[in-house]
Design a protein around this ligand. Sequence first.
Ligand SMILES: *Cc1c(COP(=O)(O)O)cnc(C)c1O
Length: 446
Amino acid sequence: MSQSPNSPVADAARQGQPCLWLNPDRIAATQAFTRLQMDNGQMLTASDRLARFAPVLARLFPELAAVGGIIESPLSPAPGLQAAFDPRHSFGRLMIKADHLLPVAGSVKARGGVHEVLEFTERLALDAGLVALGGDYSRLATANARNLFSRYTVAVGSTGNLGLSIGITAAALGFRAVVHMSQDAKQWKKDLLRSRGVTVIEHAGDYALAVAAGRETAAKDASVYFVDDERSDSLFFGYSVAALRLAQQLAAAGVTVDPEHPLFVYLPCGVGGAPGGITFGLKQVFGDAVHCFFAEPVAAPCMLVALMAPEGAVPSVYDWGLDNVTEADGLAVPRASEKVARLMRPLLSGIYTLDDETLLASLYQLHAAAALQVEPSAAAGLAGPALLQGSAGRFYLDAMDLTGRMAQATHIIWTTGGRLVPDADYQHFLARGRRAAVSRPPMASR
Ligand SMILES: *Cc1c(COP(=O)(O)O)cnc(C)c1O
């Protein structure tokens, strides 16, 4: 990109200032998948597996009985936000992908985390002859199966939400479950896991340390299966299934996505697996018609640091003099997944960073204008559409020849978590957000 507005971005990011970075390595989707040597095969495999297990999940989780065991969230218009941002729709239509409502785990971690536990479960069950591939899986929710699973431990290292997803699912199936948590994980998440019979081990360090500790203990014991947030394919492709379902929801809502009707998606990013898997899937489904942007806290922009470095190097935010301290506990990750960074390099459109005040103001605005109750991490997408109207955003739209097509565009703000947050904690965030929103409403029309 010539005359890219990127040059001041590195300085701004190093100083912990909010910025919008445009990815200079993004290429056409077909070219990118050829270069990556990847197709939609593993996404479809994950989708099929989730379908095979739907009857099991419907039995294990009463909240899933009415939806046939499929863990999915609604896609909805956002009239209140639309009115605040762009009443005449000249910059497109706003929608919310409400993963903060996802059943079972209460966050975007549900699809990936549940998928990985089910993949392990399926392997054990097939090996033990409990079921045949594609047979009646509902017997995996019986005492006989639990007896087998209770001999194994499923372990994970997490800042919180992945731990909830893995711990709740594994414990419900009858596994022993162990969650290694970092110091920034919220107390209520530890309490909730313990109430489900999950063992929580607290570590004094950050997220990366909790993962390393979990990985190490699992390596010594063959009965321990470790879900590796930094490296797992099973998580990644479980997350990607969201794209197939979103495509159905968009079609059902009568929303066209093609080069004349671009789709913009704003995804909060931690280690990269969830937003990366979703981006991978969306690029498979919609190709160059979809434009994915990640949102990261100014104190923990690990994917920005990774993608601004030369291919192969994955520095941490500490290398940039940043401290990884943020209210967005789901995004407080110092170093991005190397694997996800490699996959995002040719696919991702850009990354923006935002400070905690803006996150909390976004949380408030989602409540005030759309009656959505999300956690701080999950509010990060809201600032996206307005940033796209700023100078760096306009540069992108011009370079992609999209400026004249924005009236037909759709913007999806992905709200990634919040359902399980206790009300007292939420009210606290809301009060802080209300104060922050007075000085800087994230989505005012400009
Ligand atoms: C984990 C999480 C994310 C980001 O997912 P990563 O796979 O860590 O990038 C976003 N929002 C919420 C609420 C999360 O819990």
